[in-house]
Ligand binder design. Sequence first.
Ligand code: HEM
Length: 342
Amino acid sequence: MVDASVSQRLVQAIIDNLPKPVPGQRPVHTLGIGVEGKFVASDVARTYCIAEHFNGTPVDASVRFSNGLGGPDRHDGWSDVRGMATRFHLSNGLASDLIGTTLGEFFVRNVDDFFEFSKIAKLAPYKKECWLQKIRDLLQLKFPPRNPYPGETESVDAGALRYADLHRFAQLGVFQVGLIGAPVSYVRAAYHAAHTFWVTAPDGVRRPVRFSWQPVAGVCNTDPKKAPRDDYLREELRERLQRWPARFMLMMMIGEAGDALDDCTKPWPGTRTRIAMGTLTLTKVADNQEEAGERISFNPNRLAPGIDPSEDPILKARLGAYEVSREMRGGCPFKWRPDNAK
Ligand code: HEM
């Protein structure tokens, strides 16, 4: 368990980097929308994992989609990481959470990295690079910063790129953030849980795995050459779900010898076996957004029996940090499964 003061400092480091912290709201992924759905496991899922939501019985699911930015301003059309936090509602009031973003790999390996990153990746006035400088950057194998959006005066990109220049492990994550763009819909993006988890099969075999949600409608971004719109993702989802449900496939990649198990900056080879674990069908935007979106508190360590966290230090650190944040904003209390009572 990560020290409570470290959890506090992690959340404070995020708040200190915000242009406009809003007490009572999440310091990151501030703007979001809660959606209702059902998850049905595939036939093969139960042979890999004994967790209740993989036994084939449909389970209710609550999902919160979000923009990655911290703060109250809605800039849906800006390039930004998006979040998809899912709660599988199990029997006896228990739950299992799965939190993913559109980023395949994270940019820090542990809390010390995170504190250093937070110091360097401060907001700074946007500097628009001329085309000549961009060519120079490319020739030096540096990633040229993108142009600011209309109204975007401060950016974290320059600091993050400086950090990535100093730390090779951060490059994949930081470069992905730079290129990520904006989805046409929250349900036209793929979301990755980044960390390794251990799943237990009915025969007792434990396997290291990584989970991702793949949208059945396919991934589609907005045209970066068109002026970005500030607010469309919630309305798009509302209208879409009134017409037709949206679906995601839960994919589980199985790790092999030599794969990074405790480091979420390192990708696994694309040749790893992937199992389709089930389908999530989203049916409606929740009526009560306070309960199903704003006050809900997800935690990547809230896991059904049959799924266990790896030793990834970032995953461990998120346990307490999300609790600190939840308490600060008055979110719903965290409920542990009985055999893991804290
Ligand atoms: C040291 C690393 C990290 C720290 C300190 C951190 C911190 C936080 C905090 C404080 C919140 C708000 C929690 C709340 O108030 O309920 C949050 C939300 C979130 N984080 Fe992280 N996070 C970290 C890494 C990650 C990673 C690796 C991912 C993706 C796999 C991720 C995805 C998300 C998402 C999607 C949300 C929004 C969840 C929701 O809708 O309630 N975070 N994070």
